[in-house]
Ligand binder design. Structure first.
Ligand code: GUN
Length: 296
């Protein structure tokens, strides 16, 4: 049976470090990292994320600034708010919760955020820095969390074959680029499979580490996994509960029950990748504070 990678526990360990880092910034530099979170409209999932981000800030000593705008907010008004946050030195990180209402171009908003405050890692400057391997970048929170889980599970990553299923801008493309870099937390051989891949199993069977971000339940079944492989399941899919009725449950993209018999280690859903993302956002906010204040 596979070792279960406990995202909740690892996330908590990283948060303890963030608490210590925030305390040290206060003591030595009299600084408190600040994160601005912007929510437009009343999408319940987005509102829940924003509340969790605020709670994460409170728990770690980061100052949080919440901006909740009506769903009918114009693009111009949101651009003005971003400008204001860019110019506010108490705000080290800016996160505009996605998706945005249709009258607002997400691309325009992301491009307006000062890259040194882009703790989401979505600005083209940060995307480019990830590809180049510049340490002064912000990695998007989900792939950053995935890298932490992998690095803590596989001590020697050099030359390992990492196969990614999915090529989204939020997960597939950034994790592939991050794990390709020549450093201790990467240095992998990377293969990316996607919707145009004819025989996904041909590739996944070669994986020492398999990252599945396809957005579809049962994308990876036990016959597709090499015995002993490390499996990271990024999916969150709501499916009908086996008990029937109106009940639902959340599953990943991997057939967890069967794959966990073959794999060497696996992340559960929920409780694997999910708990890591907000923690990595907090980590990026502390990093942003350090970079902006030229503290090494
Ligand atoms: N909506 C869902 N995930 C994310 C995320 O990581 N960042 C932002 N800004 N919005 C999201």
């Amino acid at each position: 049976m596979a070792h279960i990678i406990d995202g909740k526990k690892i996330s908590q360990e990283i948060r303890e470090q963030i608490i210590a880092d925030v305390a040290l910034l206060k003591e030595k530099n009299n600084l408190q990292p600040g994160l601005a979170v912007v929510l437009v409209g009343d999408n319940p999932a987005s509102a829940l994320y924003v509340r969790m981000k605020k709670k994460g800030c409170e728990e770690t000593g980061i100052r949080s600034f919440e901006h909740v705008l009506p769903g009918a907010t114009s693009e111009e008004d949101l651009l003005h708010l971003v400008d204001r946050l860019n110019g506010d030195s108490s705000v080290n990180g800016i996160l505009v919760q996605l998706p945005l209402p249709e009258q607002i171009s997400e691309e325009k908003i992301i491009n307006r955020i000062n890259p040194i405050k882009d703790v989401d890692g979505f600005h083209p400057v940060n995307v480019g820095k990830i590809v180049i391997g510049d340490d002064d970048c912000f990695c998007p929170c989900t792939p950053y969390g995935i890298q932490e889980l992998i690095a803590r599970t596989v001590p020697d990553l050099k030359g390992k074959h990492l196969v990614v299923v999915g090529r989204s801008n939020i997960v597939g493309k950034p994790i592939a680029n991050m794990m390709l870099q020549k450093n201790k937390r990467a240095n992998c051989i990377v293969t990316v499979c996607h919707t145009a891949t004819k025989d996904i199993a041909h590739y996944t069977r070669q994986a020492d580490i398999l990252v599945v971000a396809a957005g579809r339940p049962n994308t990876v079944t036990a016959d597709m996994v090499k015995p002993g492989a490390v499996v990271i399941d990024v999916g969150t899919n709501r499916v009908p509960h086996p008990d029937g009725g109106d009940k639902t449950r959340v599953v990943g993209d991997v057939d967890y029950e069967r794959v966990s018999i073959v794999a060497g280690a696996i992340t559960p859903v929920p409780g694997g990748v999910g708990p890591m993302t907000i923690t990595m956002l907090l980590s990026n906010t502390v990093k942003a504070c350090r970079i902006q204040n030229k503290i090494r």
